[in-house]
Ligand binder design. Structure first.
Ligand code: NAP
Length: 254
């Protein structure tokens, strides 16, 4: 039991999770807090009460940080006071948005917004928070990638481009920072029941055809991501670098 505690406990660690209000970010925040981490819940509107209540219920500790990750030029300034107050051991770059439109009509502003939140903000937060990790000689960065880090998808060119880039950035930062004791890895979730997939779940034909390809025979739930996140956030993954861990009920194996 002691060995397991030693490998997976996050007692004394501070984690920052972006997009912590809902879905995968909420589940990972509760999971990290349950493992003992003090969790900084990053959202862009002051409405993280549901996540806070779940962490309270689990006996964990958290606080809220408000930063709009779509306002890229302001991120460094907004995160500065957080870094003055906390030394962050675990960064989960989870916040992400999707915009669907056929490529020939794809709105340029929406393209920019998706790339800003899903990629540019991920780099800036990794740089600002990773700097301290490199100086201290330890840290964990977990990026939330996607099956569209490997596949093309339909009607979501900005999302696909951003998620391919997130996988590349994960490997790039891992190569630079592994020698400093900082592990940078990613989780690529399969099809998960969250706001992100509401539109395709409401399209009965699409929902069914996706389901038919999932060997596990069901869509994923946000909680399905927690085990992988705990592994990548803890000592258990100290020799895992630049890996994109697919958690998809077998979709990619099909
Ligand atoms: P979600 O419930 O829509 O979560 C996205 C989170 O990001 C929300 O909490 C949202 O906050 C936050 N966010 C959006 N724009 C933001 C901004 N400008 N600044 C700060 N936070 C912002 O969907 P999810 O599925 O859990 O998504 C989490 C991650 O998983 C995303 O990176 C997504 O691409 C990835 N992913 C999801 C699936 C899936 O099947 N669901 C599959 C692969 C990858 P508000 O709700 O307050 O706007």
């Amino acid at each position: 039991m002691d060995m397991i505690q030693n490998l997976f406990s996050l007692k004394g660690k501070t984690a920052l999770v972006t997009g912590a209000r809902t879905g995968i970010g909420q589940a990972i925040s509760v999971g990290l807090a349950s493992a003992g981490a003090h969790v900084l819940l990053l959202g862009h509107r002051d409405n993280l009460d549901e996540t806070k209540a779940k962490i309270d219920e689990a006996g964990g500790i958290c606080e809220t940080v408000l930063v709009d990750l779509g306002e890229v030029p302001q991120i460094r300034e907004k995160i500065k006071p957080v870094l003055e107050k906390h030394s962050i051991d675990i960064l989960v770059n989870n916040a992400g948005i999707i915009y669907r439109e056929p490529a020939v009509d794809y709105d340029e502003q929406e393209w920019m917004r998706v790339i800003d939140v899903n990629l540019n903000a991920v780099f800036i937060l990794s740089q600002e928070i990773g700097r301290g990790m490199v100086e201290r000689g330890s840290g964990k960065i977990i990026n939330i990638a996607s099956l569209l880090s490997f596949q093309g998808g339909v009607f979501v060119p900005a999302y696909t481009a951003s998620k391919h880039a997130v996988a590349g950035l994960t490997k790039s930062l891992a190569n630079e920072w592994a020698r400093y004791g900082v592990q940078v890895n990613a989780i690529a979730p399969g099809y998960i029941e969250t706001n992100n997939t509401e539109a395709i779940r409401n399209d009965n034909k699409r929902q069914q055809s996706i389901l038919e390809r999932i060997p596990a025979g069901r869509w994923g739930r946000p909680d399905d991501m927690v085990g992988a996140a705990l592994f990548l956030a803890s000592k258990a993954s100290d020799y895992v670098n630049g890996h994109v861990l697919v958690v998809d009920g077998g979709w990619m194996a099909r």
